[in-house]
Design a binder for this molecule. Structure first.
Ligand code: HEC
Length: 316
């Protein structure tokens, strides 16, 4: 309801100020419900994100523009087969578009945001890794997003005090060590997600069976489990890390942000098939899988059924 209203508001706004839009203006994303152009719940602290946007605009957008928009790849207007088009044509929209792709930002922790983790090793589609200067700028921006969106103080620099980025890596690895194919099967993940219909009657797996566009959903159980339980990039569409309580309280939670964005066609996912992201058979299965994994996590080490050792997820 809220988004329908918003869409109506935007339309009315556009009629009234076409000039503004032509000159690269448009609605100010910082004044949107979530502070970044949509209302998908990715700013739980409700912070003013201006300082993060500034770091992106000055230090990160130029890097993305130079490195990622080339050829048929990630430009907003790209014509190729890559559909995660996160490099805006108009730099004024750069931050809004980039931050609303879970496939690009994950939970913003430098240890988990694909913008850094996927490209840094220098093995992504022949793209060279970042220069130290580029990496510093991207990390500074991500740290600021994490700090503001979670309402947490600056990343500590005191030796021995865990950063939010390190906490993210730790809880992801712990959770991964508690995942099991048996629980994945019992929760019916593959049937539920592979078979899930969007409102246009297309199934998620029509487009996402092999992990296209940064998301995997398939009835091929072993493949599905193998991908989400080992690759951070795919894991983070289903599950993310709650950092609102700081490093000590960091915890893996179900990711509703990624689904909300696409299911309601929130910018930049305007053309994505719509579906009910809050209540569907996939979310029910995910909840069952999540609960079973957390129940296993609660079993003391050494007892029957306890988790395996923490297992870092692959960045590739
Ligand atoms: C007609 C093809 C198609 C179908 C069907 C489809 N998707 Fe997508 N999906 C895409 C494309 C294209 C993208 C990348 C562009 C975008 O994000 O809009 C995407 C991206 C995504 C993302 C990543 C969003 C992000 O922020 O990184 C998620 C999550 C997702 N889809 C979930 C689903 C779910 C769940 C279903 C089934 C209910 C589904 N999709 C059905 C085409 C499809």
């Amino acid at each position: 309801m809220r988004s329908t209203l918003l869409a109506a508001l935007v339309t009315v706004g556009m009629v009234g100020c076409v000039g503004g839009i032509e000159s690269g203006g448009g609605p100010d994303p910082l004044e949107s419900p979530d502070g970044d152009g949509n209302d998908n719940g990715d700013n739980p602290a409700g912070s003013d994100l201006t300082a993060a946007k500034q770091l992106f605009d000055t230090g990160v957008f130029p890097v993305l523009e130079a490195k990622c928009s080339g050829g048929a790849c990630h430009a907003e207007t790209a014509q190729g087969s890559t559909l995660t088009r996160f490099v805006a044509t108009d730099p004024a929209n750069g931050w809004t578009i980039a931050t609303n792709y879970t496939a690009l930002v994950g939970n913003y922790a430098a240890s988990a945001a694909p913008i850094l983790t996927k490209v840094k090793p220098g093995t992504h589609q022949g793209v060279t890794g970042y220069t130290p200067d580029e990496e510093t700028k991207i990390t500074a921006w991500l740290n600021k997003e994490v700090e503001l969106r979670n309402g947490q103080p600056m990343q500590p620099t005191t030796p021995g005090v865990e950063t939010l980025s390190a906490a993210t890596e730790r809880v992801l690895s712990e959770f991964a060590g508690c995942m099991s194919l048996t629980n994945f099967k019992t929760a019916n993940m593959a049937q539920a997600w592979g078979n899930l219909n969007a409102n246009n009657n297309q199934q998620c797996e029509n487009c996402h069976a092999t992990g296209g566009e940064g998301f995997i959903a398939t009835q091929q159980e072993a493949l599905f489990y193998n991908v989400v339980s080992t690759k951070k990039y795919f894991f983070l569409q289903y599950l993310t890390v709650d950092l609102t309580g700081g490093a000590e309280m960091a915890k893996v939670i179900m990711n509703t942000v990624s689904f909300k964005g696409v299911s309601e066609g929130l910018d930049p996912h305007r053309e994505h098939p719509r579906f009910n992201a809050a209540t569907n058979q996939g979310m029910t299965a995910l909840k069952n899988f999540y609960d079973a994994t957390m129940a296993r996590k609660a079993i003391p080490a050494g007892m029957p059924g306890a988790c395996d050792a923490p297992r870092p997820l692959s960045n590739l």
